[in-house]
Design a protein around this ligand. Sequence first.
Ligand SMILES: [Mg+2]
Length: 227
Amino acid sequence: MTSTEPNPASILATFEGRDTVVFDLDGTLHGGGRDADPAGDSARVTGLRVRHLVGVDDPFGAFAAFDRMVRAARPGMSKPAALSAWFGIGLAEMNRFRETHETPEAHVRPHPGIDAALDVFGSRFRLVLATNNSPRLARRILRLLGIAEDRFAVVVAAEDAGAPKPAAAFFAHVVKAAGTSYDRCVSVGDGLVTDIEPARALGFATYHVRGPRDVVQAARVLRGMLQ
Ligand SMILES: [Mg+2]
C-alpha cells in the first residue's frame, strides 16, 4: 500500500495469510529516519565522511551534495552502494565510522505505543528487524526505544547480510534467516525505494509507513482482528 492514510480493510488484506513481519528500524519504529531527516545525525556523519570526496566542507552541505549525486545516478541506488562503488568505502568501514561519530542518544526518542504495537504483531507473527544501520547502532537504538532485542526472532543488519537494502540479496538473507518464504512476509518500512519496492518485487506484501504512528495504527487494526 502507499503512504496515503491507511485504512483497516487494506491493512487486514496486507497481513492476512502471512507469518513474518519484517520491520525497518529508522523512520519506521522511531521518527527521524536517516533519509527522511536530512538535517539528522546520520546525515551529518555521512557528510563528515564524504566531505573531502565531494569537495564541500560543511558536513550537512556535503551530505546534500552526496544525496543529489545518488539521486541523479540511477533510480533505486542506495547510499551504501554509492559509497562503496564511488569511494571504495565498504559497509563495515562506514559502520565503524558511524559507531564512532553518531550519537543516537541525543535524538532517538521512543514513540508512544510502539512497544505495545510490537506486542500485537508478536502475538500473531514472527518479527524480524531488518536495517541498513550498523548492527551495533541498531542495538543501541533498540535500547533507547525500550524495545528488547529478543522481541525479534532475527535481527538483520546490512553488514550481516553482505548487502544493503534495496539489494535482493539483503531480502534473500532475511527470508532465509527467518526460516520462511517471500510470499509469507510483510515488509514494513518508511523507505519506498529501500523497504517497499524491492520487497514487493520479490513477493512480499508491503506496508509503507510515514513513521511509527502508522505502525501503531496497523497494530490497532490487527488487534481488532485478533479479538
Ligand atoms: Mg527507514
